[in-house]
Design a protein around this ligand. Sequence first.
Ligand SMILES: Nc1ncnc2c1ncn2[C@@H]1O[C@H](COP(=O)(O)OP(=O)(O)OP(=O)(O)O)[C@@H](O)[C@H]1O
Ligand SMILES: [Mg+2]
Length: 504
Amino acid sequence: MSVAIELKGIEKNYPGVVANHDVDITIAKGNIHAIIGENGAGKSTLMKILYGMVKPDAGTIAIFESPATIKSPQDAIGLGIGMVHQHFMLADNATVLENIVLGSEPMKAKVVVDYAKAREHLQSIIKTYGLDISPDDLVADLGVGVRQRVEIAKVLFRGAKILILDEPTAVLVPQEVDDLFKNLKGLTQNGLTIIFISHKLDEVMAIADSITVMRHGTTVANLVPAKTNKKELAEYMIGGELPSPRPATTKPREEKVLVVTNASANDRTGREILHSINLEIHAGEILGLAGVEGNGQSELIELIMGLVKPDSGSVVTVGLNTQDSTLREIRDHGVGYIPQDRQRDGLMMAATLWENRILGHQQTKPMSNGVWIDKGAAKADSERIIEEFDVRTPSNTVLANALSGGNQQKFIVGREMSGDPKMLIAAQPTRGVDVGAQAIIWDHLIEARLKGTGVLLVSADLDELFQLSDRIAVIFRGTIVDYLDPRKTTPEQLGLAMTGEKIA
Ligand SMILES: Nc1ncnc2c1ncn2[C@@H]1O[C@H](COP(=O)(O)OP(=O)(O)OP(=O)(O)O)[C@@H](O)[C@H]1O
Ligand SMILES: [Mg+2]
């Protein structure tokens, strides 16, 4: 076997946290190697070490059987290692080709970018690996799945032989996951080696040639899919048995927390972004919202929160007509909001956890008596969230950016569910959290419903929609095209409805 990557005895400590301890992983050339583990297990840290973004305290790395010192991403790229980050880094107002060339321009006579040569090189990459992208498309017009292919092409353009993908499927819908997996198989057939991080054990079982499980910073098992199963993987991850979500059936109440009547809205250029929306959520009901990303989900949330006012029709959120209410008023009236992009909209990354507890709740109890902010109360309530939502952190004075992705998410969910809101908008509430934490968050959502919160659950995870929703609304091109009963619908039917097909 020819070895692409060998990591030995890798150590990395942060104040109060052992991020990586005695990590040993060997990956054969041409393999897809999955790394799994709970939130905070040390997966991203290890990948950042391999890509030269984080300096390890100890340990050795060999790439293609030669010892390697990787001090920067430039070193990593020089060794043939490429990384696709979870948050894409493409420029919206440039074409696919321009984005791919950016930073590694082939030069004509050392002054002009040789786009003809770059185009030729890109075309050969597209052809060899069967990547479905078009060099002249504007990135702003592309969906998430295509953007990801552009990121992959960008890494290949720089000559990568090893590809690191940190949770690439978290942002994809099922159809796009299938496409990605076909592409990854194609890449390995051409000799590439791939490291793949995911919390979805089905995916790992389907795509990986080999699997490493990490727990508390260290490698606890190296396995092959043929000789393991999802249950065993989960047990290795958490060092015990998986909690099973509580089944719960409740009856929605009469009272409505949201009434959207025939609402349409235009964007600044006058283009219609939402068309004739009718939507009601009762207290004690979870309404799922299904749709391919970019079909109006974000705009609908903005409409409900009063950030976008309807051009016709009306929106009444927790009893307030949004036409004459501010976002602050609507929030303070009892609306919790778990945003889809946690780093941009959910947290101040350079502030402590207790400061983040106050964010968006400056004027509500227990953080404030209406005039003054109560630091002690913010700290105490942060402790409660850390405890109830199992946020793995040394203390509430740690900065948000020192938490692993999944633990940041758990903290936001805890904050937005504080004080039993009348309505909760939960956009991708379990994106990037591990299977154990997902069960915890699902339990909290079910409990909130029981207490009478009306929940709008926007999710790309069909399993989540089926498990939690009382009803599922399907959004397509800015309008609600269908209401489905999750007990009488198959995932395939829902998938079809999401592409605008009418199901009988
Ligand atoms: N810059 C940092 N400063 C302090 N602690 C950090 C820093 N980066 C990571 N950590 C800590 O190191 C540990 C491992 O984090 P890491 O991001 O590698 O986890 P992960 O396995 O990728 O988790 P997730 O599945 O949630 O993404 C966590 O406890 C995290 O809080
Ligand atoms: Mg991570």
